[in-house]
Design a protein around this ligand. Structure first.
Ligand code: ZN
Ligand code: ZN
Length: 493
């Protein structure tokens, strides 16, 4: 079985991961809202990125910059002049197309050889009746198309109350530029030594003409970018420092995706061809993922040389250099840029975690999330919701564990159904409170104070004392194996 995007979209909506934006008004084109579980998953991804690539490293710091920046930033970065797609317009129906996409669309044709009958012809093919090829608008089949014009992908707005040229501002199309324009602030305030990196996670905006494929390409998206500055005169292990660090970052990013569950067979590196490289890039490598739509870019890691710092020094008139104590000279650092789309990473983690299997003749859908990614870590379930003592105990366990993790309580169905629900959203562990736990005071039977923990992946169950739960989950949720719990505690029936 291969997972389709439709299956994923429907699971996301049904289980509160991702909704179409403004759905009750018919939706906003290619905008999505993260629901209660989606926001937890996304925050977990960002938190792990931040922990593993910023907090845990002595050579990294972070910033959180404004989305609105000085308009000259976009002049210096090249976005004003070059961040464009060639567009053509239909003079008749006014639809707009990317010039290089027009012949990838099916086209409408009123055929003169069949008294003007209307046909829809596959992309790039001629009419089978008259042999004509498409020259007019592919959509309405009547209008002529304008010559291609460059259309800038930045969202434009105005700062302040007056809509005039002097107050034009742009929503940032990437987070990277804030790291370059703050290079000296960070260098001086934090007394950084090369090599070091600045990271930022935040929203970016691109007015894509053809967004699509769910959250894969959207006009508003979240990025995590790192600008890693190196001294171009240094060598590491006999290689130029920028080349060494470029390879290190490629390996580190790849390892990061593997660590949190993406399987090796769904990941590959793709080297950009020379003619595909941006004019400033020395080398760019993409990490591609095998999404339900096929192999596509998950993140890119570029060696941007000293282009950005030089551009901003030129346009701002400020020096953006580093003083090399050893060589007693000012240098413009080179920069290696790992750039990741958080939404894409989320899509990849969901797709890779998705498993359909058969359990005792029934279909079971499981998201096998890494425990640190899982939106909900533990679900506490009462076996009988009519027994006050069971419900009270289960709620108390939830409240206690929720001091440390996202833990939910659910009593809205029978236990088998409750397990399936948690499997489908990737909750790694369930805790069940039953009669044995609390005993029966009317019959004078004392409870044993033990609960059942169920492991999502193996579906094995172990009987664990209630007061051991925080320690057990501390182990399990920080990389401990279920087999250790299974070895230490008796299996539950
Ligand atoms: Zn048209
Ligand atoms: Zn024809």
């Amino acid at each position: 079985m291969s997972l389709t995007m439709d299956t994923l979209v429907s699971l996301c909506k049904r289980r509160g991961f991702i909704f179409q934006s403004s759905e009750i008004y018919g939706g906003t084109g290619s905008c999505y809202d993260y629901g209660p579980l989606g926001v937890e998953l996304k925050q977990n991804i960002k938190r792990l990125l931040w922990r593993d690539f910023v907090q845990s490293r002595a050579d990294m710091v972070g910033i959180d910059a404004s989305i609105l920046m000085h308009p000259t930033v976009w002049k210096a970065s090249g976005h004003l002049d070059h961040f464009t797609d060639p567009m053509v317009d239909c003079r008749e129906c006014k639809l707009r197309f990317r010039a290089d996409h027009v012949d990838t669309l099916p086209w409408t044709h009123y055929c003169p050889a069949t008294k003007g009958n209307k046909f829809t012809i596959p992309p790039g093919e001629p009419c089978s009746h008259c042999g004509a090829r498409r020259t007019l608008c592919p959509d309405c089949g009547k209008g002529e198309l304008t010559a291609p014009r460059q259309f800038n992908l930045m969202f434009k707005t105005f700062m302040g109350p007056v809509e005039e040229d002097a107050s034009v501002a742009y929503l940032r199309p990437e987070t990277a530029q804030a790291m370059f324009v703050n290079f000296d602030n960070v260098l001086q305030s934090m007394r950084m030594k090369l090599p070091f990196g600045i990271a930022q996670a935040g929203r970016s905006f691109r007015n894509e003409i053809t967004p699509g494929n769910f959250i894969f390409r959207t006009r508003e998206f979240e990025q995590m970018e790192i600008e890693y500055f190196v001294n171009p005169h240094d060598t590491v292990e006999g290689r130029p420092a920028d080349e060494y660090w470029h390879d290190r970052w490629i390996a580190d990013c790849m390892a990061w995706f593997r660590r949190y569950g993406l399987s090796g067979e769904n990941l590959r590196l793709r080297e950009h061809d020379k003619d595909e490289l941006s004019h400033y890039s020395k080398r760019t490598v993409d990490i591609d993922y095998r999404f339900p739509i096929g192999w596509s870019e998950l993140m890119g890691i570029a060696n941007r040389t000293d282009f950005d710092l030089r551009q901003h020094a030129k346009f701002s008139g400020k020096s953006l250099t580093y003083f090399d104590e050893e060589r007693k000279e000012h240098v413009v650092p080179y920069v290696v840029e790992p750039a990741m789309g958080v939404d894409r990473a989320l899509l990849a983690f969901m797709a890779d975690a998705y498993v359909e299997e058969e359990v005792r003749g029934e279909k079971r859908v499981v998201l096998r999330f890494h425990p640190e990614l899982a939106p909900v870590k533990v679900a506490v379930l009462p076996l009988l919701k009519k027994r006050d003592e069971i419900v009270r105990t289960a709620r108390a366990i939830r409240a206690d564990l929720a001091k440390q993790w996202r833990v939910v309580y659910d009593d809205t169905a029978a236990i088998g159904r409750l397990y399936r629900r948690q499997d489908e959203v990737g909750t790694p562990y369930c805790v069940t409170v039953d009669v044995q736990t609390v005993g029966d005071s009317e019959k004078g039977e004392a409870g044993d104070g033990e609960v059942t923990i169920r492991d999502r992946d193996s579906m094995e169950q172990a009987r664990v004392p209630m007061d051991a739960l925080p320690a057990v989950f501390h182990d399990l949720l920080n990389g401990g194996a279920w087999s250790q719990v299974a070895a230490r505690y008796p299996a539950a029936k």
